[in-house]
Structures are given as C-alpha cells and as structure tokens.
Design a protein around this ligand. Structure first.
Ligand code: CP
Length: 306
C-alpha cells in the first residue's frame, strides 16, 4: 500500500505530476468536484494544527469526499494507552485514507506499516512534514517558474523545524541550488541532514547567525518559528524565541523578486507590516497546500485501487 511518510518517497517525476494536477485543479476545480465521491479521509491529529488539518479536510470536501476527524490525542483512545499500530488498524476499517500528525517521530511510519489504507504523514515531531513541502514546492513553482538555480535561506529554528528538513531534502534534487542556513548556534541544522542530504547531493551550503549579511543574495527566504513545544527548558526558549524578526527595514537590501516564505503559524518572526509587501508569499503557501493535498489524495487513492 502506497503511503507518504517522507518527501523522498516521491520521485522527481511524481512531484512534477502532483504540481501539474494541482495547477489543473486551480484552473478547472469543477473537473475534480466528484472525484472522491463515496470516499472517506480520516484526519488523526495528536498535535495541534490549523492549516494542515483544515486544508486536508477542505481538500477532501472539494473532491466530493467525506471526513472523519480526531483533532486531539485526548479525545481518542490514545489517551487510554492505545498504540499507534492498533489505531491505524482500527481506522482502516472506517476510512479509505489517513492523514496523521503525531508528536513522536516515526509514528506515521508505524501507522503505515499497520494500516490497510494509505497513510500520509502530516508532521511527526521534529522530523518531517512532507505535505508542507508539497505546498512549499507549488509556491516556489508558481512564484519562480521552476526549481533550478535558486539560493534559499532557511532562518530560525533549523534544529527542530521539520518543514525545513523536508524542504531541504526536496530541493537537493534540483540543479544550481545553494542553501544558506541562518540560525542561533543552538538551533543549527542537525548534522545528519548536512551529511545525508546536503553533502551527499553535493549541494553548496553556508551557515551564519547573521540574517542581514546574507539577505542580498537570497532568492527565497524561508522563515521559521522557534518551537516552544520542542524545548525541554523554558529559559532556553525565552532566550532564543526572538532571535530573528523580519521587518520592512530588513527587507531593504533584499532582491526585488525575493520570495518570503513561512510554513506558519508565526509568532513574532515576521512583522505584520511585511504582509503587504508583494514579496510575502506565506499566505499563498496556505492556499497552495490545499491544492497539493487534493492532488496527493487523488494519487494515493488511485494507486490503492489498482
Ligand atoms: N504549517 C503547518 O503545519 O501549520 P499547522 O501546524 O497549523 O498545521
């Protein structure tokens, strides 16, 4: 059974096809409005979410399907100690496809190994968030026209930022990519990603703590939130949370066609005044996420029926 746990589960050709389908959905939504009639998506969210859960649910409704939802661990039998494996086997009896978010890294992988229906990882701990990456890729495609020859700055919490880990992995397959890692020393990108993804694919990268010094060279600036929920120590969180605040002044040296991205939610790291700058793309990402999730649901359900 085909699931999506890691963005590397999709070939470059499959990503291209998903983007093509998403663009067709944008142009011709009526063509898709009955494609999932009679199908059910189960959204199992054991960690808070606004965009991912609601965009999955909106995606399924716009495809003509229905939704079953667990919106918090405390409202399901996980609170009584039920395992992820048993939850997956159970939900397979009711639904046709699962989208799962879980605070534990690897939980969607365990679910996929036990489910008899496709499982989509909707974010697992500090590990991966492949459907956010699909939203990011569609945004980059629509803003930049493609994926090659881009310098991408990732700024903020690069240690725990699962969206950063997944997007670096996805972009490493294209040519002419340069990565600039901007973070406090304590929140640097994990070494295994530098070794297994950047070095392995020969992607040039640099590391700095200073956002302003690299701003002029960036085509894309991917801001991230410092994630309170991943810290063991509140003092460290308070010390690091406002390390980077992007404001209108800081954008003065940026390229006129810079694309400012953020997976959201934001706390303080992008000033609200930046929202009206044409370079702000983060609410476009939100909408693109729905289209890419529609394309993904269609693909996985089609493959499950073969
Ligand atoms: N980007 C993202 O995953 O947002 P939510 O946590 O609101 O789903």
């Amino acid at each position: 059974m085909r699931s999506l746990i890691d963005i590397r589960d999709l070939s470059t050709q499959e990503i291209d096809e998903l983007i093509k389908t998403a663009c067709d959905i944008i142009e011709n939504p009526e063509k898709y409005s009955e494609k999932c009639r009679g199908k059910k998506l189960a959204t199992l969210f054991f960690e808070p979410s606004t965009r991912t859960r609601l965009s999955f649910e909106a995606a399924m409704y716009e495809l003509g399907g229905n939704v079953l939802s667990v919106s918090s661990g405390s409202s399901s039998s996980a609170a009584k100690g039920e395992s992820v494996a048993d939850t997956a086997k159970t939900v397979s009896c009711y639904a046709d496809i699962i989208a799962m978010r879980h605070p534990k890294e690897g939980a969607p992988f365990v679910a996929a190994a036990n489910a008899t229906i496709p499982v989509i990882n909707a974010g697992d701990g500090g590990h991966n968030h492949p459907t956010q990456t699909l939203a990011d890729l569609l945004t980059i495609y629509r803003e930049k026209g493609g994926f090659n020859n881009l310098t991408i700055g990732f700024c903020g919490d690069l240690k725990f930022g699962r969206t950063v880990h997944s997007l670096i992995s996805a972009m490493s397959r294209y040519t002419g990519i340069k990565i600039v890692l901007i973070s406090p020393l304590e929140l640097k990108l994990p070494s295994y990603i530098k070794k297994d993804v950047l070095k392995k694919n020969g992607i040039p990268y640099s590391q700095t703590t200073d956002l302003l010094s690299v701003m002029p060279e960036l085509d894309i600036l991917y801001m991230t939130r410092v994630q309170r929920e991943r810290f063991f120590n509140e003092e460290d969180y308070l010390r690091l949370k406002d390390s980077y605040i992007l404001d209108v002044k800081k954008l003065e040296t940026a390229k006129p066609d810079l694309c400012v991205m953020h997976p959201l939610p934001r706390v303080n790291e992008i000033s609200v005044a930046v929202d009206s700058d044409p370079r702000a793309c983060y609410f476009k990402q939100v909408l693109n996420g729905k289209y890419m999730r529609m394309a993904l649901i269609l693909k996985l359900l089609e493959e499950a029926e073969k």
